[in-house]
Design a protein around this ligand. Structure first.
Ligand code: SAM
Ligand code: SF4
Ligand code: F3S
Length: 470
């Protein structure tokens, strides 16, 4: 391991297992099984972390509830990427005072990326006295210890020390669904894009061992999972910190070699080090989904430079061309930020024209949110929120038109989809995804959930396709 990253030892983990056993013993003495409620904000990394929280809670004898009011333990797993999400968390935390008043024994925990941000733990300590514990992503594996110390009558817990990060293998995990699964292959980020808080709260890039990843994938497949998403902030950096000579494409190939009918997806790949090897691997590996999420953030070279993205517009467009050469039916999605400090109308025009040129299948669009501690938060920003909103609406209108046109071109074709659940709409009761990840609302029997099906696409709109089984 080349970074200053720490691997949690088996001894440390077995210490936590011992504590989980003690908590379970306490809980088995209760008349009813205690209930936990987990609220998850942010990206798939956080969803994967919440699966670990569920795994640990389950080992400690908790069942789960969708209602905060019924819970004995409430965990809020937060995101720090935009201010808006943080405001919502503080709002929700405030509202929990009523629950604590009605039920003083309830344990309330705040964790995740926002908890790791400087000042947040102090604010909670001072102003949210009903919150029992605050801990950052680096110490998630110590959750049983924190919980036990509160059950054991001790003081509130605050654990948010800065860290380059850790790797903790063997933490139990309990998945939400059965058809799809998240599989973290690496943690952290080294890129320090000038607007982004993630590297500060998630530590440095660190890759899990390839053997453990493949073992995890085999286990998921043996459990019936049909769609595995490999997770990392920049999966193309996978392996750079390992002594072994292994990269992200090698991981795709190794998982592709596991017998079974399943799909491999991944997110996110950073354009600065995506390239021919990755595209060729996706084209060669029959289980690799033909979908690439390749965030471009901005279409103007000056803005990209100030964002510290390490590629330019021409380089991005070349990459898209190369991806389409190797994978002609590739579905391309992306992230874009509107209103980066000082971005002029003309520079924003370059973002629009890049969207017109590439014609993404879908976009995740964000208005710039200043994150204290990042360079962009200090930059001069002459444009008002209203001006940015006007640009944002224009961008959305453009992308909605493109998405609708792209979706319309599916109508009449027959596609293989993975049926992953229910929509709640009696006319199209099933939800499914194409190989490229587009959502298809489907007519068909409930028994199809969990399997692949051939479907005819009969209708479409901006957001989804509609179909029936053939
Ligand atoms: N690692 C991924 C990458 O670089 O492509 C992105 C992960 S980030 C959690 C998801 C998206 O949030 C980014 O691609 C960016 O568009 C957006 N984002 C990050 N920081 C932001 C900020 N300060 N304001 C607005 N959007 C932001
Ligand atoms: Fe944030 Fe950039 Fe890292 Fe993505 S690559 S997590 S945008 S710093
Ligand atoms: Fe993800 Fe938000 Fe953290 S996007 S890595 S949960 S800051």
């Amino acid at each position: 391991m080349k970074n200053n990253v720490r691997q949690i030892t088996e001894k440390e983990l077995s210490g936590q297992k011992e504590i989980m056993r003690k908590v379970r013993e306490i809980n088995t003495r209760l008349d009813n099984k205690p209930l936990a409620f987990i609220d998850t904000y942010g990206c798939q990394q956080n969803v994967a972390d919440s699966e670990k929280l569920r795994g640990m809670l389950s080992e400690m004898g908790y069942d789960f509830t969708d209602s905060e009011k019924d819970a004995d333990v409430i965990v809020i797993n937060t995101c720090a990427v935009r201010e808006h999400a943080e405001k919502r968390v503080f709002g929700n935390l405030g509202a929990l005072t009523h629950i604590k008043r009605a039920k003083p024994d309830v344990i309330i925990a705040l964790c995740g990326c926002m908890a790791q941000r400087p000042g947040v733990a102090e604010r909670v300590k001072r102003s949210f006295r009903h919150v029992d514990m605050v801990f950052g992503p680096h110490v998630l594996w110590r959750f049983p210890e924190f919980l036990y110390s509160i059950l054991d009558g001790r003081k509130r817990v605050f654990s948010t020390e800065a860290s380059d990060g850790i790797i903790a293998e063997g933490v139990p995990s309990k998945r939400d669904g059965t058809v799809k699964a998240w599989l973290s292959i690496m943690y952290g980020c080294n890129n320090f894009c000038s607007y982004c808080i993630v590297p500060y709260v998630r530590g440095r890039e660190r890759s899990r061992s390839p053997e453990i990843i493949v073992e995890d994938a085999k286990k998921l497949i043996s459990e019936g999972v049909k769609d595995i998403t490999l997770l990392g902030q920049n999966v193309n950096s996978y392996g750079k910190d390992l002594d072994e000579n292994v990269d992200f494409s090698d991981i795709i190939r190794r998982i592709n070699d596991i017998p079974g009918d399943f799909l491999i997806r991944f997110m996110t790949s950073h354009p600065k080090d995506a390239g021919e090897k990755l595209f060729k691997t996706i084209a060669d590996c029959e289980k690799a989904a033909h979908h690439i999420h390749l965030p471009f953030q901005a279409g103007n070279d000056r803005v990209l430079r100030v964002m510290n993205r390490h590629y330019d517009r021409a380089g991005y467009l070349r990459l898209v061309e190369l991806a389409r050469q190797y994978i002609p039916d590739v579905v391309l999605t992306s992230d874009v930020i509107v209103g980066f400090p000082g971005e002029t109308d003309e520079e924003f025009g370059d973002t629009l024209s890049l969207i017109e040129t590439v014609r993404f299948d879908a976009l995740f669009t964000f208005i710039f949110s200043p994150r204290p501690g990042t360079p962009a938060a200090e930059m001069e920003d002459p444009f008002t929120r209203e001006e940015k909103q006007v640009r944002f609406d224009r961008l959305l209108e453009l992308q909605n038109r493109i998405s609708a046109e792209k979706h319309a071109s599916y109508v009449g074709s027959v596609r293989r989809v993975l049926v992953d659940g229910f929509t709640g709409n009696p006319e199209y009761p099933l939800s499914s995804r194409t190989n490229g990840g587009r959502l298809v609302h489907l007519k068909g029997p409930d028994s199809l959930v969990g399997s692949f099906a051939e479907v005819r696409i009969t209708d479409s709109n901006t957001w989804a396709l509609y179909g029936e089984t053939v």
